[in-house]
Design a protein around this ligand. Structure first.
Ligand code: HEC
Length: 303
């Protein structure tokens, strides 16, 4: 009987210890337990949070995907787009987990990321939560984002030569199948290059016409004047590849026609034109003469 009691107490003590260790993994501040995010839940903060995530967290947590449950196993850090995780944690709890880590796999960021920025990361993580309700009574009135819930069916790309911009337009249907113009959809546009793609738009949102426009300034076309554009909403549900004629491509330009030489041809002082031409032809002449002499020597040797 004593032995059994001993075993039971040993078991319960070890259970207690295990329970404690797990409970101690995450430190949650009492006053933050039920806290809502302390920055406005708007595009600017969400985008800022994304930038921080990409630098500090993506390495372990990988790309976030909205999924019902965490779809990864330790030691791969959990997918923070898990709806389960989003539901089971308050904003304050997520904030504390980021701040203090758990001492095992997850580092703490209290020292390296400012408090405000940590809240922005929380805002970014929440943008993947399907049922998130941002705080409504806040000093900085939060902007509630409209989320496009339907299906994107078509993308078109047009090039505006005058403004040197490329505009992509998406069309879609809502959950019932009615035609709609999807706004607030993040787009990704890139230009194909021999060594990987060059992103020219990463997450800009479509306007009320379903359009995102990006400037092509500084983008160089191939020798025939074309670039190949790849455009897709960020969820990758649909994409297009389109080749666009930016210009007439590479053409022979007579340097004598170029104004760069001396202002412009019409105003070139005659003496300058004459000395330029005589120096040019003089040099060519000397080279020609030298070549001719070499040729003669060669002929002599042949004989
Ligand atoms: C060195 C890899 C690593 C980095 C970097 C990292 N994490 Fe983690 N994180 C983990 C691991 C591993 C876990 C799971 C810990 C566990 O459950 O034992 C985790 C867990 C979490 C959790 C808790 C998830 C849950 O289910 O409760 C949150 C929130 C989190 N990380 C956010 C972040 C954020 C935000 C950043 C960037 C500021 C970040 N992590 C950077 C490895 C990392």
């Amino acid at each position: 009987m004593k032995k059994i009691l001993n075993i039971i107490s040993l078991l319960s003590i070890s259970l207690l210890i295990i329970g404690n260790v797990q409970a101690q993994q995450w430190t949650i501040d009492d006053e933050l337990k039920d806290a809502k995010i302390k920055v406005a839940y708007d595009e600017i903060n969400i985008d800022a949070g994304k930038a921080i995530y990409d630098v500090s967290c993506k390495f372990c947590h990988k790309d976030i995907v909205a999924a019902p449950t965490n779809d990864r196993e330790l030691p791969t850090a959990p997918n923070l787009g898990s709806q389960e995780f989003n539901k089971n944690n308050t904003d304050g709890e997520i904030f504390c987990k980021i701040s203090y880590g758990n001492g095992v796999g997850m580092p703490g960021y209290e020292a390296s990321i400012s408090e405000e920025d940590r809240w922005k990361v929380v805002a970014y993580l929440r943008s993947y939560c399907e049922s998130y309700e941002p705080p409504t009574t806040d000093d900085n009135a939060p902007v509630v984002m409209e989320k496009f819930e339907g299906k994107i069916t078509k993308i078109t790309a047009t090039f505006d030569k005058e403004k040197n911009t490329i505009s992509t337009k998406i069309e879609g249907v809502d959950s019932v199948g009615n035609k709609v113009i999807p706004n607030n959809v993040k787009m990704k546009i890139s230009v194909k290059r021999y060594f990987g793609d060059m992103t020219i738009c990463d997450g800009d949102k479509t306007d009320d016409n379903g359009v995102v426009s990006v400037s092509l300034d500084g983008i160089i076309a191939d020798t025939s004047g074309y670039i190949i554009i790849n455009a897709a909403p960020i969820d990758g549900s649909i994409s297009i590849e389109e080749s666009i004629k930016l210009n007439d491509g590479w053409q022979w330009v007579n340097p004598l026609d170029q104004r760069a030489l001396w202002g412009d041809n019409a105003h070139t002082p005659l003496w300058l034109l004459i000395s330029y031409l005589s120096v040019t032809f003089g040099v060519l002449g000397v080279i020609g003469w030298a070549a001719f002499q070499l040729f003669r020597i060669w002929m002599l040797r042949e004989r």
